[in-house]
Design a protein around this ligand. Structure first.
Ligand SMILES: [Zn+2]
Ligand SMILES: [Zn+2]
Length: 433
């Protein structure tokens, strides 16, 4: 279900690195040896087996990251991103697997379109990539896609991301079909009669700036509806880009009641609030919008306690001229693959708000579990999917060119602490600083 181009398997030894893998219960200084792309030994003073030795003292080695929510913009907007550029950005961000959303032009709603993406990934993907297919034809919300055929063609999951599935009846039928395919639904929760084209969280900042408000309840009412349908059909649903405290509370209640609901949160919703919109920088315009401090705090609590299992970037590249438009005219979305770890390390781990092990788990094993991807881990016999992190290095976002074709980062010019030093994905070294 994941595809990448052929690459030479890695032969190397990480010497004296702090290995952190919460799922395996490891946090210790060790050597890790990779033979032909597979973790061959984890221990002290390992024989190098003739391999290249990476002096990793003072660095952290962890399972590489999995991003369940990326917009690769292909087919249709290759000026903004391609499989090659998006997966290169992912490699630089420490990812060993990413999942691409189907809201492209054309929409990924047929086995033929999906098949051509798979072929392109086999030619150009630097890290393994999986594709979601649309729930409804053309994401128009009217007619279901051939979900069985799309699953056979390799769809990892189904989503109409970008827009909600407006009809509860249609979503119910999608859940029934999804149960046959065994693939989860990933849902963009927005009640359009409440969001009404709003650009900014409905609150004091929107009122002061005179922007149309997009209230929290526009999200939470759909989260409640979708979890109710998941409960009724006894099927899993994954809630994309949670932003509101009420949505988090609904997810927590549903999970406690045994509903198979999972959720994800983005770095920007964990770090920023609608106060950032005062800058009128279009790079803080996204859907759902940045919300209030109480929402941000609720998201962080839920990430800490596991109610939210996954961090997703919702990497959404946009052409420079589009984002240079006035705030209200600019499109929604920001990039994130190349900065996710660094900003969360800087803003949450260093101040003591989130343990490093929890951050690493929510960026790796958490999303892998939700989407049925083999969990990256530091264990003998596992395919090497590893990220080497330098937690001390300081850098400024944008000082080096982005691998992404777009640079609509909300962090441009910000100083961050912590960086990816090396990434192994699918057994191959795909990035090295
Ligand atoms: Zn969305
Ligand atoms: Zn998205």
């Amino acid at each position: 279900m994941l595809w990448a181009k052929e690459q030479a398997p890695a032969d190397l030894v990480f010497r004296g690195t702090r290995v952190v893998d919460a799922a395996e219960g490891i946090d210790a200084t060790l050597d890790v040896r990779v033979d032909r792309g597979v973790i061959a030994a984890v221990g002290e003073r390992l024989d190098a087996n003739g391999h290249r030795v990476v002096d990793a003292s003072g660095l952290v080695l962890a399972p590489a990251f999995v991003d369940p929510h990326v917009h690769l913009r292909t087919p249709g907007r290759e000026d903004e991103e391609t499989i090659a550029s998006g997966t290169a950005a992912a490699a630089a961000g420490g990812y060993c697997a990413i999942l691409a959303m189907p809201n492209t032009d054309p929409v990924v709603d047929s086995a033929a379109t999906l098949g051509s993406l798979v072929e392109a990934a086999l030619r150009e993907a630097e890290v393994p990539v999986g594709f979601l297919a649309a729930i409804t034809r053309g994401q128009s919300g009217e007619e279901l896609t051939e979900m069985g055929e799309l699953a056979d063609a390799g769809a990892v999951a189904f989503s109409d991301d970008g827009v909600p599935v407006r009809s509860a009846g249609l979503l119910r039928r999608a859940l029934q079909y999804a149960s046959v395919t065994g693939r989860p639904l990933a849902l963009h929760c927005e009640e359009p009669t409440l969001s009404r084209g709003g650009h900014v969280h409905e609150g004091a900042v929107a009122a002061e700036l005179g922007f149309a408000g997009y209230p929290s309840v526009a999200e939470s009412v759909m989260v409640e509806r979708d979890l109710a349908l998941a409960a009724y059909e006894e099927q899993p649903v994954h809630i994309l880009h949670l932003s509101a405290a009420e949505s988090v509370a609904a997810l927590r209640r549903a999970r406690e009641a045994g509903v198979r609901g999972t959720g994800e949160v983005t770095p920007h919703h964990l770090v920023l609030t609608d106060e950032a919109v005062r800058s009128l920088d279009a790079n803080v315009k996204m859907n759902p919008p940045l919300r209030a401090e109480r929402d941000r705090a609720a998201l962080l609590d839920a990430l800490r306690d596991g109610t939210i299992e996954s961090i997703a970037t919702d990497h959404a590249p946009h052409a420079r001229h589009e984002k240079e438009a006035p705030f209200e005219a600019a499109p929604f979305g920001v990039t994130g693959l190349e900065t996710a770890f660094a900003v969360l390390h800087t803003s949450l781990v260093r101040p003591g708000l989130l343990p490093l092990g929890t951050l690493l788990e929510r960026m790796s094993t958490g999303p892998a579990r939700v989407f049925g991807i083999a969990s990256p881990r530091v264990a003998v016999g596992a395919e090497a999917n590893l990220v080497l992190l330098d937690l001390e290095r300081q850098w400024r976002v944008g000082e080096e060119p982005f691998r992404s074709r777009s640079r609509n980062s909300w962090l441009l010019g910000e100083k961050l602490i912590g960086t990816v030093a090396l990434t192994i994905a699918g057994g191959a070294v795909v990035f090295e600083r």
